[in-house]
Design a protein around this ligand. Structure first.
Ligand SMILES: *Cc1c(COP(=O)(O)O)cnc(C)c1O
Length: 401
């Protein structure tokens, strides 16, 4: 039984069998609840401050200069493809041909959908880390695939991947591993050793790998993001997905991209061309400039989010939550059992009334609802004063215990 979303009775009878289990996403319900109760919305993960002014100006310039106002090239504008290639070289030492190994997409969301539609045969198994980002299950279903979860388990204050469980999840029907690091919603960043083991498994079992690395720049403390594509034998089997939304705080622009071998990029493009064909013309030029920002931008982003993480996690601890301190992303997952609660969905439906804050029950990202029941996710990509106010409001939960 999938629990990715809360089924919407009005729509459900019309939905085809593949999508019947996916109703309206939980974000819609929780955002509506935030609006109707005047709550602080720490549910959906979007920043409440726009990204760099010069990047916004670059988009305005492109619009005014008439760049990208008509259909841009199918693979994306050359400026952006070159910028993605240069970014992979500068950050990770990866050589990516901007003409054959980069494809610009309508956000990472379209990249995920196109990759699944292009690479998964009906009946193929797709092994993915659970809890899943909310579009994975639906995209695997749209491709006719079967998702096989490997659950990240709480261990010493973080969620960890059990490499034996991963190995056991792979069968002769497995086509593809769908990896996400830094991982939403747990904030786990897979270590170099874990990634090396994932890579060895993929090579040994001859699997394709789709790796969602949209939080590549949002890593904290001494955590390090290492692209899966950089491990031996991975270049030719890996589709790497990233996006401007999280890195530059322009989630509404929906500029994403994949990198991979020419064969993989061509395959994904075959599906992508019939989804949106192209998108976000002028924004593509702006993101090309954004990717070339100096290291100081990326360092500043990390420093700012580290402070926000610390602000919100301190408030959550004060309020009595169990806190899994994230090493990446802009989410923190909490355990509500120390508050005497056990059902995250019920808790999140009540929280706006009890404390004026909206969060997301992590159970909706699990097939195994039991495993996800006591966890609740908060986003910290918000202004410091908003996080402080949220912490103050949440403190009332501790008072009433
Ligand atoms: C936000 C997010 C996406 C979607 O990115 P867009 O570029 O906004 O489409 C994909 N994967 C994960 C894990 C995300 O958190």
């Amino acid at each position: 039984m999938a629990a990715m979303s809360i089924p919407d009775r009005a729509v459900r009878p019309l939905l085809n069998r593949r999508l019947a289990e996916f109703g309206t996403t939980v974000f819609a319900e929780m955002s509506a609840l935030a609006a109707s109760t005047g709550s602080i919305n720490l549910g959906q993960g979007f920043p409440d401050t726009d990204g760099p002014e010069e990047v916004r100006e670059a988009a305005v310039r492109a619009l005014r200069d008439g760049r990208g106002n008509q259909y841009p090239p199918g693979p994306g504008v050359p400026e952006l493809r070159r910028a993605v290639s240069e970014h992979q070289r500068r950050r990770y030492g990866l050589a990516v041909d901007p003409d054959t190994e980069v494809l610009v997409t309508a956000g990472a969301t379209e990249a995920i959908a196109a990759a699944m539609l292009a690479l998964v045969e009906p009946g193929d198994e797709v092994v993915a880390l659970e809890p899943y980002y909310d579009s994975y299950a639906a995209c695997v279903a749209m491709a006719g695939g079967r998702r096989v979860p490997v659950t990240l388990r709480p261990h010493e204050g973080t969620f960890r991947l059990d490499l034996d469980e991963l190995r056991d999840a792979v069968t002769d029907r497995t086509r593809l591993l769908l990896v996400n690091t830094p991982h939403n919603p747990t904030g786990t960043v897979l270590t170099r050793e874990e990634l090396a083991a994932v890579a060895r498994l993929a090579v040994e079992r001859d699997l394709l790998v789709v790796t969602d690395e949209v939080y590549e720049h949002l890593v904290f403390d001494d955590a390090e993001h290492v692209p899966l594509a950089s491990f031996p034998g991975m270049r030719e089997r890996t589709v790497t997905i990233s996006s401007a939304g999280k890195t530059f705080s322009f989630t509404g622009w929906k500029v994403g991209w994949i990198t991979g071998s020419p064969e993989l990029v061509t395959a994904v493009r075959s599906a992508k061309q019939f989804l949106t064909y192209v998108s976000a013309g002028p924004f593509q030029y702006a993101v090309a400039e954004a990717l070339a920002l100096p290291d100081s931008y990326f360092d500043g982003l990390r420093a700012g989010l580290t402070a926000k993480r610390d602000l919100l996690t301190a408030g959550l601890e004060e309020a009595g939550f169990g806190v899994f301190r994230p090493s990446g992303t802009y989410f923190v997952t909490t355990d509500i059992r120390p508050l005497g609660e056990s059902d995250g969905v019920a808790f999140c439906r009540e929280l706006p009334k009890r404390a004026g804050v909206v969060a997301i029950p992590t159970a909706v990202f699990y097939d195994d609802r039991e495993a996800g029941a006591p966890f609740v996710r908060f986003a910290f990509c918000k202004k410091d004063e908003v996080l402080r106010e949220a912490a103050t409001r949440l403190a009332s939960l501790a008072d009433r215990r």
